[in-house]
Ligand binder design. Structure first.
Ligand SMILES: NC(=O)C1=CN([C@@H]2O[C@H](COP(=O)(O)OP(=O)(O)OC[C@H]3O[C@@H](n4cnc5c(N)ncnc54)[C@H](O)[C@@H]3O)[C@@H](O)[C@H]2O)C=CC1
Ligand SMILES: O=C(O)C(=O)COP(=O)(O)O
Length: 389
């Protein structure tokens, strides 16, 4: 029986993918084999020795201590693309909120007093205050052309916007999906110089923290609308407030409330609801649960951010051994020597690496004895060893 600890509200549709005769699922488990989570911050969580896998039912993994997990040979799975449409729809909504001054206009209407004739008279007299702009011909700048950025780019093209995007590591898949009309920028600064509306769709990492800073805002077009549905830390919030004050930035629409933005009429903060649709929550939970289940039961890896993708159909008449180790020479040699010591024939095997980490799945004809497992675990460079019967 595998024990799965949940954090946050994980859609029941995802948890249903974990048959209860083989998986105990609860938010109360103390020594879990795996955790499923959304935005829970795991950085301070003491990683239990029992932990074998982490499943993030969403895209961003900045709430997970990925390096610490890698050091223990624990894969961190996420759900790439599973909530991209939900975020795209909210970003497009955000652009309209800004372009047509919808929030202010609504607040104005709500505050009116009098009978219907008076309300109409006040509305007609004051509506010029809410004059907006239309999207065709305006330039949307996008930083990050991954699952969300591509969706936003294509939707903006369909609305008649010009689109310029920057992503130095765009995948072939994203490039294929992107509308042909999207212009490729060669730097973040090029996007800032061109954009009337600019949206961020990058992960928060050491490289992207504070990417939107005072210097970049100062170089933007007068009246820029900035959208941030990625992560709060990608933007220097004080610089945003200053830029709104001096008028370079017209609006800041984001998914992350902050004290500094309270009562700022040029800012709209939503409560991190980019992925909060039933569809996205189900898609993410199903993907994360299935990947974690597959890993626990077969050792196969799909969509781990810190492990190579590795799928090996089960072969041989015995156990499956999985080993995560540092990506250094002679690890495979030591694994096969240990198995030979136990007189075990290797029926099939697959080894792949990603950065500093390598992962091997070995099917043998027989049972891997516990002393061999202990020996492998104590081998220098070995991070995690499992035997799946
Ligand atoms: N508001 C919300 O509820 C949600 C927020 N997010 C945030 O959005 C981020 C992006 O999500 P996805 O598009 O699904 O991820 P993704 O992994 O498909 O795309 C991210 C893209 O950013 C690019 N990138 C990384 N650093 C860059 C840089 N310095 N400059 C330009 N491009 C860079 C990558 O090459 C990649 O193509 C997530 O990491 C997460 O933080 C994601 C889903 C929901
Ligand atoms: O997928 C992401 O990166 C998100 O930010 C969504 O977060 P959530 O799962 O809604 O808490």
């Amino acid at each position: 029986m595998y024990k799965i600890r949940t954090f946050n509200n994980i859609s029941a549709k995802g948890l249903d993918r974990l048959p209860r005769d083989r998986f105990e699922v609860s938010s109360e488990i103390a020594a879990p084999d795996a955790v499923l989570l959304r935005s829970e911050k795991l950085h301070e969580w003491p990683i239990p020795d029992s932990l074998k896998a982490v499943g993030r039912a969403g895209a961003g993994v900045n709430n997970v201590p990925v390096d610490a997990m890698s050091a223990r040979g624990i894969p961190v799975f996420n759900a790439p693309g599973a909530n991209a449409n939900a975020v795209k729809e909210l970003v497009i909504a955000g652009i309209f909120l800004a372009a047509r001054n919808i929030c202010e206009a609504w607040a104005f209407s709500e505050a009116l007093t009098g009978d219907d004739a008076s309300l109409n008279q006040q509305a007609e007299a004051e509506k010029k205050r809410f004059t907006g702009f239309e999207l065709p011909g305006r330039t949307l700048g996008i930083i990050g052309l991954g699952a969300i950025g591509v969706n936003v780019a294509n939707a903006a093209c369909a609305l008649g916007m010009r689109v310029i995007g920057y992503d130095p590591k765009i995948t072939v898949r994203s490039a294929w999906q992107l509308e042909a009309g999207v212009r490729r920028a060669h730097s973040v600064d090029e996007v800032f110089a061109a954009a009337d509306v600019l949206t961020l769709h990058i992960p928060e990492t050491d490289d992207t923290r504070g990417l939107v800073n005072a210097g970049r805002l100062a170089a933007a077009k007068e009246g820029l609308v900035l959208l941030n549905f990625a992560r709060a830390g990608i933007v220097d919030q004080a610089a945003v407030v200053q830029s709104l004050e001096n008028g370079r930035l017209a609006r800041y629409i984001c998914d992350f409330p902050a004290e500094i933005f309270k009562n700022n009429s040029k800012v709209i903060c939503l409560p991190h609801i980019g992925a909060s649709t039933n569809e996205a929550q189900e898609n993410c939970a199903i993907m994360a649960a299935e990947q974690v289940k597959d890993y626990l039961e077969t050792g196969n890896i799909i969509n781990a951010v810190n492990f190579p993708e590795l799928i090996l159909p089960r072969n041989g008449s015995g156990d499956r051994l999985t080993v995560a180790n540092a990506n250094v020479p002679n690890m495979l040699g030591q694994i096969s020597t240990s198995l030979a010591e136990a007189n075990l024939n290797i029926a099939d095997m697959f080894n792949k690496s990603l950065g500093d980490l390598a992962y091997s799945v070995v099917d043998v004809d027989g049972h891997v004895p516990s002393d061999i497992v202990a020996k492998l675990k104590s081998t220098e460079g070995v991070l995690a060893v499992r035997v799946i019967e």
